[in-house]
Design a protein around this ligand. Structure first.
Ligand SMILES: [Zn+2]
Length: 317
């Protein structure tokens, strides 16, 4: 029998649950809607049932599991196994997730960690970070998050919320961020930022972004699509994405001196469109000894959030 673990990647809209090996091979997985509005008890129940469904599909029983690892939007308290509160899980407060699952899966080791940290661990162990000691994972989607592994240790911080890179301030007089501060990295580089900037600009400027949105919500993907078609405004916004991502990544390199950085999240699917601008920005700054050794690439594991969550159950963080 292989060393098997259950992985739970809890998100604001869906929960991805899988059974995996210690080598990061996902044997089977099921995605279910989170149904945040129905409250945590409903979701926890659905998680339990889905784990049983997976075990049945694989002809296993719960005693075959060596551990369960959960990645959740933060802030969380990993020691107590509690989701403290989360903007992505509206209305959930002090949810005793580990305790509730332990009632069902008695005697099984259950770990909870911030989702950015979990994804970083997944990409570190099973993706681009494999084999190095100092690694950073950045996810660029609704917000900007991620995690850091330094000297092979996941940097969880004092309250499991280390590496909030998205709220690193890159412009003191800058754009308002959802967190309340001005000029955060994610207020410039996230998918949401791309959408907001496009929305503001198309009011006064000619662009096919408006046609693609057809009067509805402007999405980051429309901006990338318009840029592919040579739209001047879209090209400028995409170029700026490369610039701001480069500025943020430079700061991260200056702080951590990593060997490798992976970029994941929805926006990374268009990374090739702003990769050169991003790298030029990084390389135009000082600290050459750090920037030159750091390799920056698109994340290799789309499911790093899932496999990283599972790895929490066995990796000594
Ligand atoms: Zn912020």
């Amino acid at each position: 029998m292989k060393d098997l673990y259950c992985a739970v990647d809890l998100g604001g809209t869906k929960i991805n649950i899988g059974i995996m090996t210690k080598e990061g091979e996902v044997l089977d997985n099921i995605k279910i809607p989170t149904e945040v509005e129905k409250g945590p008890a409903n979701s926890i129940n659905n998680i339990k049932n889905t784990i049983y469904e997976l075990l049945e599909r694989l002809n296993l029983n719960k005693n075959d599991l060596n551990g369960i690892g959960i990645g959740s939007p933060g802030p969380i308290d990993s020691e107590k196994g509690i989701i403290v509160e989360s903007g992505n899980l509206k209305g959930w407060k002090d949810v005793k997730l580990v305790e509730k699952l332990s009632e069902e899966f008695k005697g099984i080791n259950i770990k909870l960690q911030n989702d950015g940290n979990a994804a970083a661990l997944g990409e570190y162990l099973f993706g681009f970070g494999k084999g190095c000691k100092n690694f950073i994972y950045i996810t660029v989607s609704t917000g900007v998050g991620g995690g850091a592994i330094i000297d092979s240790k996941l940097q969880v911080g004092a309250s499991s919320n280390g590496f909030e890179a998205g709220h690193m301030i890159i412009n003191l007089d800058g754009r308002k961020c959802n967190c309340g501060n001005d000029g955060c990295f994610e207020a410039y580089a996230s998918g949401t930022a791309i959408e907001k900037i496009a929305c503001e600009r198309i009011v006064n400027e000619e662009s096919i972004i408006s046609d693609l949105a057809q009067g509805g919500k402007v999405k980051a993907q429309y901006v990338f699509e318009a840029a592919k078609r040579g739209d001047k405004l879209a090209l400028e916004i995409v170029e700026n994405e490369g610039y701001y991502l480069g500025v943020g990544i430079f700061n991260i390199i200056a702080m951590y001196n990593p060997e490798k950085i992976s970029i994941g999240g929805g926006v990374s699917n268009c990374l090739e469109m702003f990769y050169d601008k991003m790298m030029d920005t990084i390389n135009s700054m000082s600290l050459n000894s750090s920037t030159q050794i750091c390799k920056v690439k698109k994340a290799q594991r789309d499911d790093c959030g899932l496999v990283g969550a599972g790895a929490l159950a066995f990796y000594d963080i």
